[in-house]
Design a protein around this ligand. Structure first.
Ligand code: ARG
Length: 256
């Protein structure tokens, strides 16, 4: 009997420890902050030569995790999958240069915005494609992104119709399709666009003058998990307030 009481006491202690373990009980894995992303989106997230991850989102998420007393784990997957992972409770945060829009707000919650982006058009130098005749050509985009959503929308809504758009698994593959002539243009966020144009200098790519509306990037969390949202948002805002966030941005975005 005595042994039983001791065991019971130990169990109660373990349970109560778990219950008040700070940010611990909040996340899908104890002591960890899982970030789902699609690490093909420079300078926000990319894979390093040794198979690690880097980029603005990755570094900021690492510091958010640190402030929460957690260790960051980056889960790299398709962009659509990264959004679904938070909704399904498989990751704690989705951070992937994610544009906040109404469809996404309906299925997940977002922190305050931490960056802006705009969709731009990449073409081959000397190409006949312009902002005005884009609809006469074939456009490559990354599946599930706002670039895909705008471009594949009906002409009445400012799009070009699904027949004119090919959705690729990643932005990098869409750009390769442009280089090899499978598509005539790529619509993608401005900073990755610049990075891909530079990375493919030999192919002679250029970004057309003109952009779509400005979008806001934010961190996605599972809908209704207010405690986690507040903890992540609080940490993010601290990083913004003390200049740490800007320091990271400056490191990755060198003005030219
Ligand atoms: N901002 C765009 C969107 O939310 C594209 C994001 C793509 N991100 C990525 N990591 N591949 O749809």
């Amino acid at each position: 009997m005595k042994k039983f009481v001791t065991m019971l006491l130990a169990l109660v202690m373990v349970l109560s420890l778990a219950a008040c373990g700070g940010s611990d009980g909040l996340t899908v894995e104890k002591g960890k902050l899982h970030m789902s992303t699609n690490a093909e989106f420079p300078p926000y997230e990319m894979v390093t030569n040794d198979g690690g991850f880097e980029g603005i989102d990755v570094e900021v998420a690492g510091l958010i995790a640190e402030k929460m007393g957690l260790e960051l784990v980056v889960d790299d997957m398709g962009f659509d999958a990264a959004l679904l992972a938070v909704q399904n409770g498989q990751s704690d945060i989705a951070m992937a240069g994610i544009t906040v829009n109404e469809e996404r707000l309906a299925v997940m919650d977002f922190t305050d915005s931490y960056a802006t982006g705009v969709q731009v058009v990449i073409v081959k130098e000397g190409s006949e494609v312009t902002m005005d005749n884009l609809g006469d050509y074939t456009i490559g985009t990354q599946l599930g992104t706002t670039g895909y959503i705008y471009a594949s929308d009906t002409p009445e809504n400012g799009g070009y119709g699904e027949d004119h758009v090919i959705g690729y698994e990643t932005g990098a593959v869409a750009v390769q399709a442009l280089v090899s002539g499978q598509v005539d243009a790529v619509i993608i966020d401005n900073l990755p666009a610049q990075s891909y144009v530079e990375a493919n200098a030999a192919a002679g790519l250029t970004i057309l003058e003109g952009t779509w509306v400005e979008e806001n990037y934010a961190i996605g969390v599972k809908k209704g998990n207010e405690e986690l949202l507040n903890a992540v948002n609080g940490a993010l805002n601290e990083l913004k307030a003390d200049g740490t966030f800007q320091g990271i941005v400056d490191k990755y975005i060198t003005a030219d």
